[in-house]
Design a protein around this ligand. Structure first.
Ligand code: F6P
Length: 343
């Protein structure tokens, strides 16, 4: 067989481990060939690709962050308008099946292409951990490790200065990074998109900590968090060219309110893209390797229209339609588990 692979959407640690696993399983395990499209769907639309080789070159990428193939966000309209070009490029290059590695946007496009008759097996990835049908996505464990290390450090400087430290982490629609990094570091409160926050409650928590003699407060805030209706105004950032909501800095706006309402000294740290860069953790390397290898097997078994997934400790196949039906968000019970330690 001849198999096309691409990495789409925001990058994350573990993508190269998945690429290596797919290439090695296809080439060494099945005697197939692999074409790597550059910059996500753009490479498929513009017929930009390279022939992937096995051996030491691909082996050395296992521990490297980012993606050697490059990635890009592509407007879904551009993709649908390019369907004929995609079919042509696949045919011209003799490609029998496609393995797109990506998050919600990439997997939604993969499902659409599959419905349009392209043999597809999807591989989920994202630091946000918000893909349906799988218990975890690779990239998430690394992001939580980076955030945990940063928040541990912020505890000590906040304590020294008797400050409130707000740490904004990634998470547009799902607060998994905030939840796990917040729990791991004993955050005094956590805000996630799934649970609108009440600024009055947060201010009361802060005041009571200082009144009883505690020296600092750490709040971990997912970037997509929003106040409960009627409690605080949050600036609207509109949407970008891909239809993604543009954020306006929820932690900074929260900080202004807290200073005004409590008189406490507040500092804000936005972790940003550092969460997505650099070396993947062992967990992410192993998960990406297992998912990549299973995706390559699935292609050779003709298990198309599906996505590889982690279910418990096993790698399973789930229909792409199930994977993209809805985002996997923090359930109320998981948030309440963390909230039991607030204050
Ligand atoms: O990969 C997901 C994500 O990290 C979100 O949490 C974040 O809001 C977004 O990507 C940023 O993406 P971009 O690279 O387009 O700025």
């Amino acid at each position: 067989m001849r198999i096309g692979i691409l990495t789409g959407g925001g990058d994350c640690p573990g993508l190269n481990a998945a690429i290596r696993a797919i290439v090695r399983t296809c080439l060494d395990g099945h005697g197939s060939s692999v074409v790597g499209f550059h910059d996500g769907w753009r490479g498929l639309l513009e017929n930009s690709w390279r022939e992937m080789a096995s051996g030491s070159r691909v082996d050395r990428i296992l521990s490297r962050g980012g993606t050697i193939l490059g990635t890009a966000r592509v407007n879904p309209d551009r993709l649908t308008a390019g369907l004929d070009t995609i079919h042509q490029n696949l045919a011209d290059n003799g490609i029998d099946a496609l393995i797109p590695i990506g998050g919600e946007g990439t997997l939604t496009a993969a499902k659409w292409l599959s419905d349009e008759g392209v043999p597809v097996v999807g591989v989920p990835k994202t630091i946000d951990n918000d893909i349906g049908g799988t218990d975890y996505t690779f990239g998430f464990d690394t992001a939580v490790s980076i955030a945990t290390d940063a928040i541990d450090r912020l505890h000590t400087t906040a304590e020294s200065h008797r400050r409130v430290m707000l740490v904004e982490v990634m998470g547009r629609h799902a607060g998994w990074i905030a939840l796990d990094a917040g729990m791991a570091t004993g955050a005094h409160f956590i805000a996630v998109p799934e649970r609108p926050f009440d600024i009055e409650e947060i201010c009361a928590l802060i005041s009571s900590r200082f009144e009883r003699g505690d020296k600092h407060v750490i709040g971990v805030i997912a970037e997509g968090s929003a106040p409960a209706a009627g409690t605080m105004d949050l600036r609207d950032g509109g949407v970008d060219e891909y239809g993604h909501e543009l954020f306006t800095g929820v932690a900074a706006q929260m900080a202004t309110q807290i200073e005004r309402r409590t008189g406490a000294e507040v500092r804000t740290t936005v972790l940003g893209y550092v969460q997505r860069g650099g070396t993947p953790t062992p967990f992410d390397r192993i998960l990406a390797t297992r998912l990549g290898a299973r995706a390559a097997e699935a292609v050779h078994r003709g298990e198309f229209g599906q996505m590889v997934a982690l279910r418990g400790t096993e790698i399973a196949m789930v229909p792409l339609s199930e994977a993209v039906r809805e985002l996997r968000r923090v359930p109320p019970a998981r948030y309440d588990e963390a909230a039991a330690f607030f204050g």
